[in-house]
Structures are given as structure tokens and as C-alpha cells.
Design a protein. Structure first.
Length: 445
DNA sequence: TCTGGGGTCCTGTAACCT
DNA sequence: TCTGAGGTTACAGGACCC
């Protein structure tokens, strides 16, 4: 993709996005797959594509597509289950490289970040030169390519990196913003998904330019005051958001899609316990407590509901999360409904050091928390799942009893059961989106 | 074609408080 | 004491992003 024409005047924001990140890391690990279609994602009957090499994308494969369909489109593809530990390690190295250039680094996910390089110019040149420097260093050190967008605002930089893909760099200087922006389809704007796009198309608005020439009030009536106003500002290239290096997490959680729909309450309860333990482990590893517990239930027909409850005293104890999650679930009064997915989330997180402590009433739970901390230590030493509640064991002592996505087909290193899933505490998204999923997140870049 | 898992943010509604 | 207005908070759901 194009080199910057001239200096990147008026541009201090970089958006760096790894190209097909997870798939690229896998190709680096399996050099024999270079130049072939590779898919990273769940291989079970309900698995979806997380990342695909550009060779696979040529067949129409893209992130979030069911793996089974991807294999119909591209039968020669190699499917890999994903290795979050490895991707996290590569991500940490890349983010460390960014931070050696500027302290103003705002990671959005494992594979992309905004950088404000206003203060790095004297050392490393203008923003475009810094972008090329980053691309060269990432390739030299990690053996993977990335694309860089350079602009005066975050959202234009992000659109520019998308346009630069793969393995490119694009500068959009302030005087060029309107020419760059207005021909784009409305769906290109950050925050316009399928639903919003449908509304805009109904209004006859196809391009960002169309949107810009509609009164803000009209958009606000159609989309709500916040979204309408925001999109109108973006359509004129106005985006006051700064690059913010770090922000605390707002929630964390875990969810599980069963390989087949479940109508047995005992299985659901066991899964809720498992998810509560996982979530609590993450809270403890980040030194946070949850004020609110929420559950998610998705039925066989994909209808989804959530329920939440605020606790009197914030907690990071798995048993307490479970007690609340189970109470919320039981209150639904479901009579053998067919359930596809359950999830547990910890919300309204507070710092463990500054949270109010439960005194006398908490004495018993202290014992519980101590036990879970001991389990954390055992997990660090002997691996995830080394210690777990007895209800989560098979009769023969194997971990399990939980339905998870299976694997099938052309799979290298297929991860099947529960123990194969890494329980990682990963560097998360900071700013508006932070923590990173255990299962690879869709990664269309 | 049949939809994962991790998140954030916004909106509408209801309950509660002053 | 009752009533209503207005603000705040909790909750549920939906849209969106990676």
C-alpha cells in the first residue's frame, strides 16, 4: 500500500494493527504453512473463525464465520485451535516496543493500539517515519507484518490502517480528511454495525458524505442523542478523543457455549460454578472485587437474556459469585428450557485495596477465600485446573463434567476439553475496551 | 449459513429518594 | 399526610467492537 506523500504534517496519532495476527503467529511457528490458507478458530460443530491468513480470505473466509462454512469455502485450509499464551507473549513484546517510542500507548486489543507520537518527533522523525520504523522493527523482531494509519485523530488513523492493509502505511493529513472520509460507506465508521447501517440505509444515507450533510438532529432522532451526535461529528472528521495510556477494567467474565443444547439444571449449575471460579480467579489476579454479578443465558433459538444483582459487599470469591449467579438463574424459573450458552460476569469492579471489608459476617468467607487463593497458587505451580471444587470432577477424579466445544476435521494440536483451555491473565484492552478473551477474539485485521 | 468469547457503552424503564 | 416533579440508581437489553 502507499507510502506517505511528503511529511505527515498535523498528524500525531498512529493506529498500528497486526495483519491477521493470530494466523500470522501460527504461520511463524509452522513455517511449512507459509503461503497456504490457515484458519485459527474453534473446530467443533459450533466453532467460528477467529483469524485467517490472506490466502484463506481469498476464498471468502473471514472472522466470526462458522468454521464448518469456512471449510466448505476453502477445503484445503489448515485449522488450528489457537494458543492465547503465545499470542499474548507476542503482544506484550510488540506493546513494549511501542512504549519504547512513546508512553502514550493505548492498546485496543492484543493486536492493535493507538500511539500519540507528538513527543517523539525530535528523536525519530515525523509520524510517518515513526510508523515505518515500527513496521520494520515489528517485522525484524517478530517476523510478522503490521499496518499503520497516521492521522490527526484516532478514528481517521484507524480507518487509514484498515485501508493500508495488509503490510502498509497510509497517512491522512488534516486537509485530506474530507476527501478520504466522505466517499466511504457509512458502515466503515467506528460504531456503525449492521443494525445502525440498516437504519441509515433506510434514510437513504449510503456514504459518510451523505451522513455529513444531514442535520445532526435528524440523525439523533433516528439513532438516539448520543450515537446520532457522535456519528455526525465523525462524519466531519471531528474526534476529540485523546490517546489514553491506561484505564481500569470495568468488568470481567466467562461464558461457555455447549456443544449441544442442555436442559438439565444440574449441568447448568455445574457450569455456573465453573464460570464463577474462572471469573473469581481473574478478579484475584488483577486485585479487583466485583460489586455486581450478572449472568447470561442464551436459549436454543439464540434468544438471550441477562440478569444482574448488586452485592452488599464486593467480592472476589468464586463461591460468592456462584451463589449469586445460581440464585439469579434459579429465579428465572426455567422448566427444562434448552440452553445453548451460559455466562457469568463480574461488573462494577473496585480496587481490592480500597474496597470496604466485610468484618464479622465475613469470617467464614475468609476461609473460603483463603482456600481459593491456595488453589490459585496450586494452579500457577501445577497448571490450571489442578485444584477445583469436587462437583467439577468426574467420579474418577478427572476434571470435567462440563460440556465444551469439541474438535473435528483437519486440526493441528486440537484442544478439546476443559483442561486444554489456557486460563490466562492477559494484558487487556485499556481505555474503552480492555480485557482480552480466553478464546481468541475475532480479529478481522 | 447459523451464528464464540471477551468486552464497552447506550437507552429505556422502574424504583427510590428528596 | 398525600401527591407530584425531578434526580439518581439499578437493572435489562441491545448494538457494537475485536
Amino acid at each position: 500500500m502507499g507510502r506517505p506523500a511528503g511529511r505527515a504534517q498535523g498528524c500525531t496519532v498512529l493506529h498500528v494493527d497486526m495483519d491477521a495476527f493470530f494466523a500470522s503467529v501460527e504461520v511463524r511457528r509452522h513455517p511449512e504453512l507459509a503461503g497456504t490458507p490457515v484458519i485459527v478458530g474453534g473446530a467443533g460443530n459450533r466453532g467460528v473463525v477467529t483469524s485467517a491468513t490472506y490466502e484463506a480470505r481469498r476464498y471468502g473466509v473471514h472472522a466470526a464465520m462458522p468454521t464448518a462454512r469456512a471449510l466448505r469455502l476453502c477445503p484445503t485450509a489448515t485449522v488450528l485451535p489457537g494458543d492465547m499464551a503465545l499470542y499474548s507473549e507476542v503482544s506484550r513484546s510488540v506493546m513494549a516496543l511501542f512504549r519504547s517510542i512513546t508512553p502514550l500507548v493505548e492498546p485496543l486489543s492484543l493486536d492493535e493500539a493507538f500511539l500519540d507520537v507528538a513527543g517523539a518527533g525530535r528523536r525519530l522523525g515525523d509520524a510517518a517515519q515513526i510508523g515505518e520504523y515500527i513496521r520494520a522493527r515489528v517485522f525484524d523482531e517478530q517476523g510478522i507484518t503490521c499496518s499503520v494509519g497516521v492521522a490527526g485523530t484516532k478514528f481517521v488513523a484507524k480507518l487509514a490502517s484498515t485501508r493500508a492493509k495488509p503490510d502498509g502505511l497510509l497517512v491522512v493529513r488534516p486537509p485530506e480528511v474530507m476527501d478520504f472520509l466522505h466517499p466511504l460507506p457509512v458502515g466503515a465508521l467506528w460504531g456503525v454495525g449492521p443494525k445502525t447501517e440498516e437504519v441509515l440505509l433506510r434514510l437513504g444515507l449510503r456514504t459518510v458524505g451523505d451522513l455529513a450533510h444531514v442535520p445532526a438532529k435528524t440523525l439523533q432522532r433516528a439513532l438516539g442523542p448520543a450515537a446520532g451526535g457522535h456519528l455526525h461529528e465523525l462524519s466531519w472528521g471531528r474526534d476529540p478523543r485523546r490517546v489514553v495510556p491506561d484505564e481500569t477494567e470495568r468488568s470481567t467474565g466467562a461464558e461457555e457455549t455447549f456443544s449441544t443444547d442442555i436442559d438439565d439444571p444440574a449441568v447448568i449449575h455445574r457450569e455456573l460454578l465453573h464460570l464463577s471460579e474462572r471469573t473469581a480467579g481473574r478478579l484475584r489476579s488483577t486485585g479487583t472485587l466485583a460489586r455486581t454479578v450478572s449472568i447470561k443465558v442464551r436459549f436454543a433459538d439464540f434468544a438471550t437474556l441477562t440478569r444482574s444483582r448488586t452485592l452488599e459487599v464486593p467480592t472476589d470469591v468464586g463461591q460468592e459469585l456462584y451463589d449469586t449467579a445460581r440464585a439469579l438463574y434459579d429465579a428465572l424459573g426455567l422448566d427444562r428450557a434448552r440452553i445453548r450458552l451460559v455466562g457469568v460476569r463480574a461488573e462494577r469492579l473496585v480496587d481490592a485495596g480500597s474496597a470496604p471489608q466485610q468484618l464479622e459476617l465475613g469470617a467464614r468467607e475468609h476461609g473460603r477465600r483463603d482456600a481459593e487463593l491456595a488453589a490459585d497458587r496450586a494452579a500457577r505451580r501445577f497448571g490450571a485446573g489442578a485444584v477445583r471444587p469436587a462437583t467439577l470432577l468426574h467420579r474418577d477424579g478427572r476434571p470435567g463434567g462440563l460440556s465444551s466445544l469439541g474438535t473435528s476435521g483437519r486440526v493441528i494440536g486440537g484442544a478439546g476439553g476443559d483442561t486444554a483451555r489456557p486460563d490466562l491473565t492477559r494484558p487487556g484492552r485499556t481505555s474503552s475496551r480492555r480485557s482480552v478473551p480466553e478464546t481468541p477474539a475475532a480479529e478481522p485485521g
